[in-house]
Design a protein around this ligand. Structure first.
Ligand SMILES: [Zn+2]
Length: 152
């Protein structure tokens, strides 16, 4: 399942990418043209204003509440029965596929303490972003389970 998000949903986009879902964020405003080019994606918006257009264009969509990314994520995962496993295979910033890299190659970019204990280093060539699993990975798992408890 692939997603297209309204541009005020960048935090939700990040989390959908953490879960491995191909997610694009609109950089332009919503228009029937943009929507009809993306019929293979589920559109996520915070506004009911576009519902008529969305039905006309025949794109699948979900309306989520504003401002609460935890509730947004919870609703999207549960309504669409998405997997809530943190796959961490896509860049959270741009959505490109992350490349596995050896930590030795990036030694100068990792704080010494993290370098000792971190593992699964990945790199986004498009953003020049280096990621790894470490303490924050455990925190992310907790954040995710807290988000999932926000809706039924
Ligand atoms: Zn990137």
């Amino acid at each position: 399942m692939k997603f297209l998000l309204e541009n005020n949903l960048s935090k939700l986009a990040k989390w959908l990418r953490f879960l491995g879902y191909d997610t694009e964020v609109l950089t332009s405003s919503i228009s029937p043209q943009v929507l009809s080019k993306n019929q293979d994606r589920v559109f996520i918006t915070t506004s009911r204003r576009w519902e008529r257009t969305l039905r006309k264009v025949n794109i699948r969509y979900i309306v989520v509440p504003r401002h609460d990314w935890e509730l947004q994520l919870c609703m999207v995962i549960k309504r669409l029965s998405l997997s809530s496993e943190l796959r961490l295979n896509l860049c959270p910033e741009c959505g490109a596929k992350l490349k596995s890299v050896k930590k030795e190659e990036f030694k100068d970019r990792v704080p010494p303490k993290a370098y000792e204990s971190a593992y699964d280093f990945t790199y986004c060539p498009r953003c020049d972003l280096l990621l790894w699993k470490g303490l924050h990975y455990e925190r992310m798992k907790k954040m995710l389970s807290r988000a999932l408890s926000k809706c039924d």
